[in-house]
Design a protein around this ligand. Structure first.
Ligand SMILES: Cc1ncc(C[n+]2csc(CCOP(=O)(O)OP(=O)(O)O)c2C)c(N)n1
Ligand SMILES: [Mg+2]
Length: 362
């Protein structure tokens, strides 16, 4: 038995670097962690150690040692505060108000933009892009729309069996792609051909895939518009709605374990946000602190199902906070706003090892 335990301990420590979420086996660490880190606050704490506090198990996660909960506690605490409770997941204050949280906020979440309806800047607090990049973005937006028009007509004429356009979502496609690096892995839905176009997939390659000819990367085994390219770090389009979202979280976690200077981004629609995969993925990413950008294109419809028949929340953006994911709502017709939001999201995702949720509307 002693031999077995010492052997498994060796195996366990060998696995540890790759399995960062598995923590140390030290039952005393939980309470000593709080007293050590909050010595000055310990007089205010009520330790529900006798019955409600879960004692650590063999697989106590490392993330309980994250500094994030400490910062949260410090910011909410002042010397005048009454007793605080060590509630599962963090500290909470007591209240004697019997008050249910409202199902909505006083005001809907604002939409970030930097250009007004006439294209004039409304602020100077955003990163300007150089003229060359601006021209390239414009060129690719026009190219995307032209390609869509031609392939859409080919589909209507019966030359290809299926097609989906990004009409109205050109800025969403191109500006988000421009803010990413080539090492970032893309997990697309089906309305983001512009991201692949930006990365260098040629018009001929798009045609090869749509027509399923022998030059197609997938050798014609997929439906049209299911593009994928290893070379461009673009995973094959997942039209089974939102299945790509948890995949992106797993891949992001892998990038983090390998300490790569890259993140993943996954695109999905409002319809995708109405699936279980979306919720599982957000929670998974928050808990595992995975560098992933959830990019939701809320165009108001999942085919013929309007958002009013999908959810009652203030769009998708508010769901981030419920899962502990930083979020923003952005005007998808403002290419500079999309560019800035994705650029900052990427930086935060990688440097702080955290998921970010962006909701855009065309
Ligand atoms: C799991 C699954 N259920 C249903 C469908 C059928 N379907 C294809 S697209 C779509 C709507 C997706 O809407 P949204 O995510 O908002 O994307 P949009 O087309 O608006 O960009 C549905 C339900 C599917 N492809 N996969
Ligand atoms: Mg939609």
């Amino acid at each position: 038995m002693a031999f077995y335990v010492s052997k498994s301990r060796r195996i366990f420590s060998g696995l540890n670097p790759k399995m960062g979420f598995l923590g140390t086996i030290n039952p005393g660490s939980w309470s000593s962690y709080f007293t050590h880190n909050h010595a000055s606050l310990s007089k205010y704490l009520r330790y529900p150690t006798t019955k409600s506090c879960k004692q650590p198990t063999l697989f106590t996660p490392h993330r309980f040692k994250s500094v994030r909960p400490d910062n949260q506690l410090d910011s909410m605490h002042s010397d005048n505060d009454a007793q605080v409770l060590n509630f599962p997941g963090g500290m909470v204050k007591f209240t004697s108000d019997l008050k249910f949280m409202s199902e909505f906020q006083e005001e809907r979440i604002h939409c970030y933009r930097v250009l007004d309806d006439c294209g004039q800047p409304v602020s100077d607090e955003f990163v300007q892009i150089d003229e060359e990049t601006a021209m390239k973005m414009y060129k690719y937006m026009v190219t995307l729309q032209t390609m869509d028009t031609i392939f859409y007509e080919a589909q209507r004429q019966g030359r290809i069996s299926f097609y989906v356009t990004a009409i109205g979502e050109e800025a969403i496609n191109i500006a988000s792609a421009a803010a990413l690096h080539m090492d970032d892995l893309v997990f697309p839905q089906y309305r983001e051909a512009g991201v692949l176009l930006w990365r260098g997939f040629t018009l001929q390659e798009f045609a090869n895939q749509c027509f399923g000819n022998k030059y197609d990367n997938g050798k014609g085994r997929q439906m049209p518009i299911h593009y994928g390219s290893n070379k461009h770090n673009y995973f094959t389009v997942a039209s089974t709605v939102a299945t790509q979202v948890p995949h992106a979280v797993g891949a992001a976690y892998s990038l983090k374990m390998d300490r790569r200077d890259a993140c993943t981004i996954t695109y999905f629609g409002d319809g995708g946000s109405s699936t279980g995969d979306f919720h599982a993925a957000l929670n998974f990413a928050a808990v595992m602190e995975a560098p992933v950008i959830f990019f939701c294109r809320n165009n108001g419809w999942a085919i013929s199902t309007p958002v009013m028949d999908q959810f009652r929340s203030d769009g998708i953006v508010v769901r981030g906070q419920a899962y502990g994911v930083r979020s923003i709502r952005v005007d998808g017709n403002d290419a500079l706003a999309v560019y800035n939001a994705v650029r900052v999201a990427r930086k935060m995702a990688i440097s702080e090892c955290r998921p970010i949720l962006i909701e855009v509307t065309p």
